[in-house]
Design a protein around this ligand. Structure first.
Ligand SMILES: Cc1cc2nc3c(=O)[nH]c(=O)nc-3n(C[C@H](O)[C@H](O)[C@H](O)COP(=O)(O)OP(=O)(O)OC[C@H]3O[C@@H](n4cnc5c(N)ncnc54)[C@H](O)[C@@H]3O)c2cc1C
Length: 443
């Protein structure tokens, strides 16, 4: 029996792509000179370009492919800027001061990106619907309880613990033991957000060069020479690398610090209002605490479920990913066992080894990357920070400069071969352990 509905989209096409009607005009030739060159035209690169242009710099943006083809039009559209690591983990890894700074900046990043959406009048179905992080086991709920108490003491973050008996207001699933609610978090349509940033950059007269992979950047005195695959050259005074999970091997220092971890998403066929209201009455963005890390939501028009997760840590076929995600979806909501899918797609998140975003400079090249699967709100914020840093503008200061951008001994080449072993470890040990503990807790 096919998993897909008869009118399913071409496998690999993101659900979000159908709603875009923008046909931006990209430049085809690399100019000779720029004050600031930005490599990569996703959320990071475009926000960096807008910030730099508004600060008076002459900017050029270059993308290896069609701008937006990376994670910025493929993601789940979950919008929140709280760090992936807890306050205690951040304090241990860095310092209390850095942990405090990073937690304070969560609110700054949220406000920066939501203000950008409003000031540029980007119509991307931005809605402050809230997010719930669902506890997969009793131990996860106990850890969440501590986390809420701690964050209320050390940050101004708006969050509340949801006990298991209160969960029915949020989600109707046998799987979870409670959760943390972030009432301020939001949702958006990722492609429309990217379209809006593109339009804002083009309206400022910023040249955006498509299909122009930069192969190498060399330094000559105080200038940088960027060479494209076709041999064209651009001379820039400053550079921002905004290539994240699509960083290519030639940029070895970056490729060894941020690796491409695939994430997969499916969209169900349209479901009835009654069914959707009973499955997800809270209508929030939903994420899980288990290592498999499923995340799901209603589509912006409220007609179907968009369900994502780590179907594999190495690239697999869309059909295989669809099968795995659908199985996981029906564990959460057994009522959906006969539901058909219309879309399945994937993209590369730029993962760092300490799960934190990084911003700074290396050999004079400024960068912002490594959002580790949570970049919709933070990438535009840190992209702007990287641009300000490159321009030596004091607005570039951020606690994320302290987050130690390091590689690991097992990631020696530019290709992340270690993910093959990591995939087996998660699939055969961690996921099974997570499921066994959850099954015992449910008895
Ligand atoms: C499936 C999926 C689901 C996700 N869901 C969420 C979510 O719900 N919430 C959330 O907060 N985050 C989510 N994320 C993460 C989020 O999408 C990213 O963090 C964010 O889009 C990063 O933006 P970016 O501009 O840094 O990178 P990208 O959008 O990936 O852009 C990088 C660009 O660099 C270009 N490039 C690379 N090398 C070169 C070169 N040599 N020359 C020129 N150009 C180059 C690429 O072509 C690409 O366009 C998800 C990611 C994926 C893949």
């Amino acid at each position: 029996m096919s998993l897909f509905a008869a009118d399913a989209a071409v496998p690999g096409t993101p659900y979000w792509w159908e709603e875009s009607s923008v046909e931006p005009e990209f430049s085809s030739n690399l100019p000779d000179k720029a004050e600031l060159l930005i490599v990569g035209a996703g959320y990071t690169g475009l926000s960096a370009a807008i910030a730099a242009c508004d600060a008076g710099a002459k900017v050029v943006v270059v993308d290896a492919s069609l701008p937006g083809i990376g994670a910025s039009t493929r993601n789940g559209g979950m919008f929140g800027a709280h760090p992936r690591l807890s306050y205690t983990e951040l304090s241990k890894k860095f310092s209390k001061q850095t942990a405090q700074g990073i937690f304070n900046e969560a609110q700054d990043a949220f406000e920066f990106t939501s203000n950008l959406i409003h000031s540029e009048r980007i119509n991307c179905h931005f809605e402050q619907c809230g997010r719930i992080q669902l506890a997969w086991t009793k131990a996860h709920l106990a850890a969440q309880r501590k986390q809420v108490q701690q964050l209320k003491l050390v940050s101004n973050m708006n969050l509340e613990l949801v006990e298991q008996h209160e969960l029915a207001k949020e989600i109707n699933s046998p799987c979870y033991f409670g959760g943390i609610r972030f009432p301020d978090h939001a949702s958006l349509q990722p492609r429309l957000f990217h379209d809006g940033l593109l339009e804002a950059a083009l309206a400022r007269g910023i040249p955006i060069i498509a299909n122009c992979p930069i192969e190498q950047i060399t330094q000559h005195h105080n200038r940088y020479i960027a060479t494209s695959r076709t041999g064209d050259r651009l001379q820039a005074e400053r550079v921002v690398m905004a290539t994240n999970g699509y960083t290519q091997g030639k940029f070895k220092w970056f490729a060894r610090r941020v690796f491409p971890l695939p994430s997969y998403l499916i969209a169900t066929e349209p479901l009835s209002n009654n069914l959707l209201s009973s499955l997800a009455p809270g209508k929030r963005m939903m994420v899980e605490t288990r290592a498999r890390h499923s995340y799901f939501r209603l589509s912006p028009d409220g007609t179907r479920i968009i369900y994502g997760g780590r179907a594999s840590m190495t690239p697999i076929s869309t059909e295989r990913a669809a099968m795995r995600l659908r199985q996981s979806l029906t564990e959460v909501w057994p009522e959906l066992k006969n539901v058909k899918l219309t879309h399945c797609w994937s993209g590369f998140t730029g993962y760092s080894f300490n799960h934190m975003p990084h911003v700074g400079s290396h050999n004079g090249l400024h960068f912002s990357m490594g959002y580790s699967g949570s970049g919709v709100a933070i990438a535009p914020y840190l992209g702007a920070k990287a641009a300000y840093m490159a321009l030596e503008d004091e607005r570039g200061t951020t606690a994320y400069q302290q987050s130690n951008f390091r590689t690991r001994w097992f990631h020696r080449t530019q290709r992340p071969h270690f993910l093959i072993a990591a995939n087996s470890w998660y699939q055969y040990i961690v996921d099974r352990l997570d499921n066994a503990v959850a099954a015992r807790d449910r008895e």
